[in-house]
Ligand binder design. Structure first.
Ligand code: PMP
Length: 358
């Protein structure tokens, strides 16, 4: 039985990448040891890290006036790092609240700085919809505006660019590398790795160099963007195995035709799944059509008493981890880059069969 893993994160990684990792587990680059067991200062590992950065820059078309940093501490590590690095002594920041993760980012930033928050989700006819406010410079003296283009828990995506008088910081943990983006529109982009990049723990930061000209608050050195950049993401020992897998994911993405090709594949998967949900009376989406996530498809059964049975039968068919986040309930199918189209086809077939039998 073929298994399809719809987990929101840590999520499935491309099968080809996992097979390569398996083949190289005990012998990386003919050294007779694994990549986990070599110095991060060895020529071989430095080359791997260098290639990872070069390939990522190519994939996302990162301009030269941006640093690409590989750091520790996942997404939440960056919730704190952003505030400590970018706000200075008396800085203030504006956070757009569109769901669970942007809310959590604001809570963390508030530990270090003054944070104003704007709620941007409204409920219209029982469906959640993002209504972007007009952002004007006289609203406040903000060092940056933070938002989350893809809310992993809620299944809400903001498709349009944010028009902001302040540098835009985006938490792209669950949408990075899933579609083309224009990096130059952002002051900083960050992502925890465990969805579209690699294993958890690693985080990616793409930051405009000019944002680091201000003096930062005192902070642990490993969280400091300036120190990380000056040491090419090797001030201390990086999470080497995670970086190795990420490097292989970047190569895999290039073999797939890059981010544009990935974006088309992802759009097709999401379109098919939402189209099925839309025409069904058995399932419903609680998110307005304009804000449905292409990565995390949340849906509910009209009769929620069938939830347990739905999940048990799905699991028996090899369709794993469809349970929605505890904060919102219902179901969630996460269909990141590594999820093949075939997985979505299998899910729709199961959903249809379950609906007919119940
Ligand atoms: N931001 C978003 C959008 C996320 O989906 C997550 C994790 N699911 C996080 C932040 C937090 O990441 P971590 O658990 O790596 O700290």
């Amino acid at each position: 039985m073929q298994v399809f893993n719809f987990c929101a994160g840590p999520a499935m990684l491309p099968v080809e990448v996992m097979q390569k990792a398996q083949a190289e587990m005990l012998d990386w680059q003919h050294q007779g040891v694994s990549v986990m067991e070599v110095s991060h200062r060895s020529a071989e590992f430095i080359e791997l890290a260098h290639n990872a950065e070069t390939n990522l820059r190519q994939l996302l078309n990162v301009p030269d006036d941006y640093h690409v940093l590989f750091m520790h501490g996942g997404g939440r590590g960056q919730f704190a790092a952003i505030a400590m690095n970018l706000l200075g002594e008396s800085g203030k920041a504006l956070y757009l609240n569109s769901g669970q993760w942007s809310k959590a980012a604001a809570v963390e930033a508030r530990r270090f700085a003054q944070v104003d928050e704007l709620s941007i989700v409204e409920s219209m006819e029982g469906k959640q919809q993002v209504v972007l406010p007009e952002l004007k410079s006289d609203m406040g003296d903000y060092r940056y505006l933070h938002y989350c283009p893809n809310e992993t828990v809620d299944g809400i995506e903001i498709h349009e660019p944010i028009n902001s008088p302040w540098p835009v910081i985006a938490d792209m943990s669950s949408c990075i590398l899933s579609r083309p983006i224009d990096v130059s529109q952002f002051g900083l982009i960050y992502a925890g790795a465990q969805k579209n990049i690699g294993p958890s723990g690693l985080s990616l930061v793409i930051v405009k160099k000019s944002l680091l000209e201000l003096p930062a608050l005192p902070m642990p050195s490993i969280m400091d963007y300036r120190i990380t950049a000056a040491n090419e993401s090797m001030f201390n020992t990086p999470p080497t195995y995670a970086l190795y897998l990420a490097a292989n994911v970047f190569q895999w993405l290039q073999q797939q035709g890059g981010i544009e090709a990935m974006g088309l594949k992802n759009q097709r998967k999401a379109d098919e799944l939402y189209a099925y949900i839309e025409q069904s009376h058995f399932y419903r989406s609680g998110v307005a059509a304009t804000n449905r996530s292409r990565m995390n498809v949340t849906f509910q059964l009209a009769d929620e008493s069938l939830n347990g049975e739905f999940l048990a039968q799905a699991k028996a068919r090899g369709l794993l981890a469809l349970k929605g986040h505890r904060a919102v309930g219902g179901m969630r199918a996460s269909i990141y880059n590594a999820m093949p189209h075939q997985g979505v086809v299998a899910l729709i077939a199961f959903m249809d069969e379950f609906a007919r039998n119940n």
